[in-house]
Design a protein around this ligand. Sequence first.
Ligand code: PLP
Length: 394
Amino acid sequence: MTDWRTRVERDMMRTFNTPLAMLTRGEGCHVWDADGNRYLDFLAGIAVNSLGHAHPAFVGAITRQAGTIAHVSNYFSSPPQLELAERLKRLAGAGEGGRVYFANSGAEANEAAMKLARLNRGDGTRTRIITLENSFHGRTMGALALTGKPALQEAFHPLPGGVEHIETTIEALERTIDATVAAFFVEPIKGEAGVLDLPEGYLQRARELTEEHGVLLIIDEIQTGAGRTGEWFGFQHAGIVPDAITVAKGIGGGMPIGALITFGDASELFGPGQHGSTFGGNPLATATANAVLEEIERAGLLENATKRGAEISDFLRSLDTDLIEGVRGQGLLIGVALSKPIAAEISAAALAHGLIINAPNATSLRIAPPLIIGDAEIEEFTGLFRAALAAVDA
Ligand code: PLP
């Protein structure tokens, strides 16, 4: 049998770096590779595996639904689809006027949101879409246009037009938001930028300005949603009501699914025939997301995210090292700010010690474990993280 690395080199499109390991199995907060090595998974597939691996609620829902009806076309609805739409509206606080569009990924949810923005034309002069520098909204052409990272866009111009990226300051917002803007896209915490928090009062001011000028406030909850920050969605910490949010990752717990959820008048912008997807909202994906969200609710995992997030952040702050400059994020989306560009070295050392975390950039580590972690996982994490840090410091 050819070595898996050779097979990756030979058969896989070169869109990613060489994989770190060949993972073959997971259970709870641990995964195993093809050589039998065990890892504590404190990345959860980048904020995806909310219930960890092979959780009975996840496995049971998929198995039951696959044996009942897995897929129907968009000519039909299904009970799990309507149940999930209702549940997402309730959890997001979208109320009576809310609506849900189902997609298959985060980028696709943002594509739908970008089309929603185009429909907010007003008298035809609302053509601009504003997002933040250093933001991440996905890799498809529309989502890439929203993404505020020129290095990712460079090879793919021309991208869909009309998107401008601004600094993450209230002053920049105040200078930019006016009646020529269709929508403002923002992540409550910039995960891919290294888990960067927004300035104090930012979302509240964004809501005031967008409301004043008829601009859609669209919050990208793809990384922050599904309870990860200790609320169902990150915007809820700010006590505002947006016009739309996009979700994916953690709501499926490993089942590919995304959604655009609208609030109030924004729910009336799309009409029949204006958007669609073969797989979006199919019974298999929606039944799984229902089970994942139900389990998050039943097991009190929002509270757990808050409590365990504080424990991990306190531990990181207590470490006697000048390699760590600060701790960012909220709940179980945690960023470690490093004093030197050694994030890749630390995450490699962590992996070698049996701990999965990642380095979104040279000076930041991201920690995003399953929401189910308890005392045992935290204790194991603190030991492995200390060891990784010591290995790099040495
Ligand atoms: N938006 C945010 C905030 C993300 O973190 C991501 C993925 O990392 C995306 C959008 C894109 O999601 P996907 O990779 O499912 O297309």
